[in-house]
Design a protein around this ligand. Structure first.
Ligand code: B4P
Length: 185
């Protein structure tokens, strides 16, 4: 059965970390809009040039640009038998666009719940290790505001498809909780 899974959670919740593990366990492609956008910035494409300052400020890149890159990615052969979306949709307009573009509806939404203090600590730690442009105090604060205002409404949007998972604790502990929740769904 094709599994179409969304991973939701605040910035720094560990979506990217867990998505890598889940996609390899379930053999579905991991599609991360954050990674696609960072690759575009690094390659200095037109999309990357438009996205760069928006991302560094902790704002969302325009729906038009993001929906276009996701549409193109979901049309690829490997996404026909399922996929794991990480970081998309990030607001209701993107979720509407996804519903319009996908033949089969999204089956499961994994919501990673992590305290604000913990996500800030994780992102500050990543800032020391990787130096990502959006891992600074001001951008992190803005990303958390954008998450509350724009992304949390998706929990209501997806309703009973949402699996609440505790995202606190070690990477392995969180991964086990996700796999148990998915097995029960
Ligand atoms: P994303 O790439 O989606 O980044 P994120 O939300 O910050 O991170 P994530 O939750 O994946 O955290 P990670 O696993 O890395 O977005 C970045 C930006 O791109 C957005 O702000 C926006 O501008 C733009 N964008 C992306 N999608 C968009 C869309 N659909 N529409 C518009 N704009 C969009 O984990 C964080 C850190 O914690 C890592 O260092 C990790 O090692 C660590 N960690 C993970 N799990 C841990 C654990 N259990 N314990 C301790 N540390 C842990």
């Amino acid at each position: 059965m094709a599994r179409r899974i969304l991973l939701l959670g605040p910035p720094g919740a560990g979506k990217g970390t867990q998505a890598t593990l889940i996609s390899s366990a379930l053999h579905v492609p991991h599609i991360s809009t954050g990674e696609m956008l960072r690759a575009a910035v690094a390659a200095r494409t037109d999309l990357g040039k438009q996205a760069e300052s928006v991302m560094a400020a902790g704002e969302l890149v325009s729906d038009e640009l993001v929906v276009a890159i996701v549409d193109e990615r979901l049309a690829q052969e490997d996404a026909r038998c399922g996929y794991l979306l990480d970081g998309f949709p990030r607001n209701v307009a993107q979720a509407d666009a996804l519903n319009d573009s996908v033949v089969n509806a999204i089956g499961t939404v994994v919501l990673l719940n992590v305290d604000a203090e913990e996500v800030i600590a994780r992102m500050m730690h990543r800032a020391e290790e990787e130096g990502r442009a959006d891992d600074n105090e001001e951008a992190i604060r803005r990303r958390l505001e954008v998450y509350s205002a724009d992304t949390i409404p998706l929990v209501t949007f997806y309703g009973s498809a949402v699996l609440d998972v505790d995202g606190m604790g070690s990477v392995d502990a969180v991964f086990s909780r996700i796999m148990i929740a998915l097995a029960r769904s």
